[in-house]
Design a protein around this ligand. Sequence first.
Ligand code: GUN
Ligand code: ZN
Length: 441
Amino acid sequence: TTPNCQAYRASILHFTADPAFNDNAYHWHEDGLLVIAEGRVYAAGDYAQLRGTLPEGVQINDYRGKLIVPGFIDTHIHYPQTDMIASPAPGLLPWLETYTFPTERKFADEGHAAEVASFFLDELLRCGTTTAMVYCTVHPSSVNAFFTESEKRQLRMVAGKIMMDRNCPDFLSDTAEGGARDSEELIRKWHKRGRQLYAITPRFAPTSTEAQLQLAGELAQTYSDTFLQTHVAENTDEVAWVKSLFPSARSYLDVYDHYGMMRPRAMYAHCIWLDDHDRARMRETQSAASICPTSNLFLGSGLFDFARADAAQVPLSLATDVGGGTSFSMLQTMNEVYKVARMGGTYLPALRMFYMATLGNARSMQLEGTIGNFAPGVEADFVVLDPHATPLLARRSTRTESLEELLFALALLGDDRTVAATYSGGRLVHARGRQLAETEP
Ligand code: GUN
Ligand code: ZN
């Protein structure tokens, strides 16, 4: 017998390898069946083959005409910046001063933090994102509020307290020792509690003293199965600032390297102004780059260089970077990253973009086997995409002649409207146009 079993009939797409470097990287079942047991994938395959293997009495949910893919993963996003998305500024540093710091100040209030975290998670689910690497603010209570809301929804989320002890307003400053102590307490409280995972989160080199970076690096070594997240080489003014603050470092990335912060599960946002030595260190240490196209275009930061990153085999991932990013949707993020790559002479097939948003991002976080595809035993986080969600998308998608063309139309034209339903751990957590009951299975 198979307890707590559900089946979903739809077209099914998921990946087992990176299509940029492998043939046979994906499974496509035009008339497919996804079978879930106890919140995990039991089987994914052709409907005709799997229907006969279903235990007696299993209900088949009919999503024919739609496409099921693994839940999207966003490797870099700031939940406290939800309320300031789409705030104009001439570049990163004035944007931080004018909008970001005053907005983050409000998260000293845990009630405010909980309300924003709740909206933020609902918005992610509306867009089909089931896992994200999330920055909180400097306040430990902002982390407690976030994980409490995530745990309520039984989501797999990664988050951490920002560490920053200089070059920021007093009301947002911790201290080297205080920030490390608070981070360690939060690790002990939240890391691997249910589906929650902790990320050590020094904001970026300019807002940390050497003492703080030293302690962040020590935490990263001591708690080696935690995540680490920061920003690097986003903007040329920022790069020049780092050069003046750390004159003996070989490069911006080298500041982090020096303090032992490059390792698997370390996620470096932006990585625009790196050199080939930096890229080699990313590969050697299996640190991952988080590419944030909507943010980079919005803030005028620059264009991520796919050709050089691929040549150096840098572990890559794709992210929104809301509120610097302008959309919560990983489909809209694909739309923009496609154009960023084109500008740099690289052609990104839609298959690669869907790989990045699912298994590729899971791999960049060392979470293959836990999330990211439909291999047996993987957590049942998945999205139901509707190629007929809007009149234009319906018109275009009915005229596509290959899987690649269909995916490309979804990536370029899709957004939250394209997400008909989102499931996390086998539970329905979003259904478009419908208010879910608290007791929904
Ligand atoms: N660099 C340091 N802090 C931030 C932030 O909040 N957003 C972005 N995009 N870059 C940063
Ligand atoms: Zn960011």
